[in-house]
Design a protein around this ligand. Structure first.
Ligand code: GLP
Length: 243
């Protein structure tokens, strides 16, 4: 595991964007696994900047997002479809047919999940996966409890509903269910970037990187990955012993 503890959020965002830039330059048809949440926003800002400056070309890139709420329309401002469009996908030249985000509106969710895993597999797996982390150590929406391999439907924990309620008008508006990529596609990525910012994430980072590998802390499974790059700011790294 490579760990970069950067001074602040901006430096951390740039470092993560630079790793993606390197990846896309070396392999223009890279398969990128993308994440939502406030953490990667700054990184997406840099990627858009690199594209606008002609330093990056996304025309052959394929993307697979980690997760989506169940029941939110694509145009709902808190849907991950909307988030991705707003922060990255509408601003770069990635082709529409190369963008994949789980469909949280389908009737047959099991089929949606199976098809999502098949699409990742037939693309050849993910080259570089971006991950944020939940306060409870979740990655994507893989909540504490069991490591589930496949893309699946998940009941969000109260912790997650509360944490994500900051984006909604009322806590009751937060969807209670989601679809998330499972551990097989995430751990199958050739390279993973784990990002975290701020003191509220320090405990999750400490438990994930220096605690036991357990489904109670979903991100702890990343300790088993051969090519994990941790990019965090000083506050998020404050509790780490091995820096
Ligand atoms: C959500 C997403 C995760 C994300 C996490 C942290 O629950 N499903 O993919 O990593 O929140 O979000 P934030 O970066 O806003 O703290």
């Amino acid at each position: 595991m490579e760990i970069y503890i950067l001074e602040d959020y901006d430096k951390m965002s740039k470092k993560a964007a630079d790793v993606i830039k390197e990846q896309v330059i070396q392999k223009p048809n890279s398969i990128l696994g993308l994440a939502t949440g406030s953490t990667p926003e700054g990184m997406y800002k840099y990627l858009v900047e690199y594209y606008e400056n002609n330093e990056l070309d996304f025309k052959d890139v394929t993307t697979f997002n980690l997760d989506e709420y169940l029941g939110l329309d694509d145009l709902h401002e808190q849907s991950y479809h909307y988030f991705m469009d707003k922060h990255l996908l509408s601003k770069i030249n990635v082709k529409k047919e190369n963008i994949h985000i789980p469909d949280g509106l389908g009737i047959d969710i099991d089929n949606t999940c199976t098809k999502y895993d098949k699409a990742i597999e037939s693309a050849g797996g993910i080259d570089l996966q971006i991950l944020g982390i939940g306060l409870n150590g979740h990655i994507g929406f893989n909540e504490p409890g069991t490591f589930i391999a496949e893309t699946h439907q998940v009941d969000l924990t109260n912790d997650t509903i509360m944490a994500n309620s900051r984006f909604f008008e009322n806590q009751e508006d937060v969807p209670k269910m989601a679809i998330t990529m499972g551990m097989k596609s995430i751990m199958g990525a050739k390279k993973i970037i784990l990002m975290a910012s701020g003191s509220s994430k320090a405990r999750a980072i400490k438990m994930s990187l220096e605690g036991p590998i357990t489904p109670d802390v979903p991100a702890s499974i990343l300790q088993l990955h051969q090519n994990l790059i941790v990019i965090i700011d000083e506050e998020a790294g404050a509790l780490l012993e091995n820096k």
